[in-house]
Design a protein around this ligand. Sequence first.
Ligand SMILES: CC(C)(COP(=O)(O)OP(=O)(O)OC[C@H]1O[C@@H](n2cnc3c(N)ncnc32)[C@H](O)[C@@H]1OP(=O)(O)O)[C@@H](O)C(=O)NCCC(=O)NCCS
Length: 148
Amino acid sequence: MSVIQIVSMNETHLQTLAALEACCFADPWSEDALREELKNPLARFLVALCDGEVAGYLGCHHIVDEAFVANVAVFPAFRRQGVGRALVEAAKEQAAALYRLTLEVRASNAPAIALYRSLGFVEDGIRPHFYAHPTEDAVLYSYYPTRS
Ligand SMILES: CC(C)(COP(=O)(O)OP(=O)(O)OC[C@H]1O[C@@H](n2cnc3c(N)ncnc32)[C@H](O)[C@@H]1OP(=O)(O)O)[C@@H](O)C(=O)NCCC(=O)NCCS
């Protein structure tokens, strides 16, 4: 069983995270886009290390009393080992004093929806045709720290 460590994203992670984005998403964030987040005071980007190796990451923005999860991804070789759960739990801890932690997910993304539901997120609405490549609705999920 690997030890999962959650650390803040830094320059040394960027190349691997851009590769992770490219392997997971139709419109991946580039290495430069990720680098911009290192300068963004609203950004809380977290990296999961399994025995020191980059296994996944979560990017979040804190704006006033809300936090928005922009991306969550785990390398296929590290899935179903608790990495996604560890990342979302860390984001929940960082948002503990806020009104809510919110995110959007493709309606067909059953693994991610199961993950969010298992961690107390509730469905808040639908954004029709929100995603491209392919076109698909987004489902909004929120976690309300003060209600849990
Ligand atoms: C969604 C994702 C981040 C989950 O990461 P993960 O590290 O595999 O998740 P975990 O191992 O922590 O799983 C936690 C829980 O999520 C749910 N889950 C995760 N993958 C699942 C799957 N393939 N099928 C059903 N449930 C799943 C389960 O409830 C699981 O708990 P369990 O293993 O005790 O049953 C990962 O599949 C991924 O990177 N997918 C591609 C990118 C993506 O879709 N990101 C989300 C965008 S909104």
